[in-house]
Design a protein around this ligand. Structure first.
Ligand code: 6PG
Length: 251
C-alpha cells in the first residue's frame, strides 16, 4: 500500500518522519521485542535525526533498536561523505543505542564486494535469516529521492539495480563516477514500512515523473521499490510536491 503525505515544509517532513519512527518503534518493540531500521543517506534525514536526538529522544526505547543503513559511500566512517558519519554526529552519539546494535557498512574496505557480502551476513545473523532465503523484513526503511530518480544507491544504469538475489551490493555508479554500497530491491520491497522523505523544488519534476508519469524503473529506480506486503509513505514538502496534479496522486 502506498500513501502520500504533504507535510508543508522540510520541518514538517522531519516531524512526520519522527512521528512514524516513534510509533513504528513502539509497535515493533511491543510485538517483536525490537525495532530494525535502515537509515537513508543524503542530507534530508538530518532534520529527523535532530528531532530523534532531542525533542523525541525519550519516546524511543533505544536499547531495543537495531540500526542499519540502506546505502553507504566507499569512504571511511569519519569522511564527510559517510552516511554513517552523518547519523552518528546527528543522532547516534546522542541516544543510548547499544554499539553492538549499530551495523554500519564498512565503506572503507579495500574489497567492496567482500564488504557487501559481509554486510549481508550481518543482516542474516541479526535477523536469524538464512542467506539462501528471501531477505528478512526490516520494520522500517527510510529512503530519499535523488533529482535523477535514484534511491539508496540504486541509480539508473547501475548494476545493482537489476540484482534480485543478493541483499547488498557494491557497484560502480557511472553517473557519479564513484563506488557505492546499497541494499537491493528484494530487500527494500520486503520492508514492513517504507518512508520516502522528499524536500525541495529541485525534486518537484522528478517526484511528478515518479508518481504521476510513466512507470520506467530503469530510468527512475525508485519506481522499482513497490512494497510487497508493507506500506510505503511519501513524506514530501510543498516545494517538492509543486508539480503534482492535486487529483490522482498515485503514490
Ligand atoms: C545517498 C542516499 C541517496 C539520497 C538521495 C537524496 O547516499 O546519497 O542514500 O539515495 O537519499 O540522493 O539525497 P538528499 O537527501 O541529500 O537530497
Amino acid at each position: 500500500m502506498r500513501i502520500f503525505s504533504p507535510c508543508g515544509d522540510a520541518d514538517g517532513v522531519a516531524a512526520a518522519a519522527a512521528d512514524d519512527f516513534v510509533e513504528l518503534a513502539r509497535r515493533a518493540i511491543r510485538e517483536r521485542g525490537r525495532f530494525t531500521v535502515a537509515l537513508s543517506g543524503g542530507t534530508t534525514p538530518r532534520g529527523l535525526y535532530r528531532l530523534l536526538a532531542e525533542e523525541r529522544r525519550g519516546e524511543v526505547e533505544w536499547e531495543h533498536v537495531e540500526i542499519f543503513w540502506g546505502d553507504e559511500r566507499a569512504v571511511p566512517p569519519d569522511h564527510p561523505e559517510s552516511n554513517y558519519g552523518l547519523a552518528a554526529r546527528e543522532l547516534l552519539d546522542h541516544v543510548p543505542v547499544r554499539s553492538e546494535h549499530v551495523h554500519r557498512i564498512h565503506g572503507e574496505h579495500p574489497d567492496g564486494d567482500a564488504a557487501a557480502r559481509a554486510y549481508q551476513t550481518v543482516i542474516a545473523r541479526v535477523f536469524r535469516a538464512p542467506e539462501t532465503a528471501f531477505p528478512p523484513p526490516f520494520d522500517l526503511v527510510l529512503l530519499g529521492l535523488g533529482a535523477d530518480g535514484h534511491t539508496a544507491s540504486l541509480f539508473a544504469g547501475s548494476p545493482g539495480l537489476a540484482e534480485r538475489r543478493r541483499w547488498v551490493v557494491c557497484h560502480h555508479v557511472a553517473a557519479l563516477g564513484v563506488t557505492r554500497f546499497t541494499l537491493t530491491v528484494p530487500v527494500l520491497v520486503r520492508a514492513r514500512e517504507i518512508r520516502v522523505m522528499v524536500t525541495g523544488a529541485d525534486k518537484a519534476e522528478t517526484l511528478r515523473a515518479v508518481l504521476q508519469g510513466r512507470r520506467d524503473p530503469q530510468r527512475l529506480p525508485i519506481q522499482a521499490v513497490r512494497p510487497m506486503l508493507g506500506r510505503m509513505a511519501w513524506l514530501v514538502d510543498d516545494d517538492a510536491a509543486g508539480r503534482l496534479r492535486a487529483a490522482g496522486v498515485t503514490a
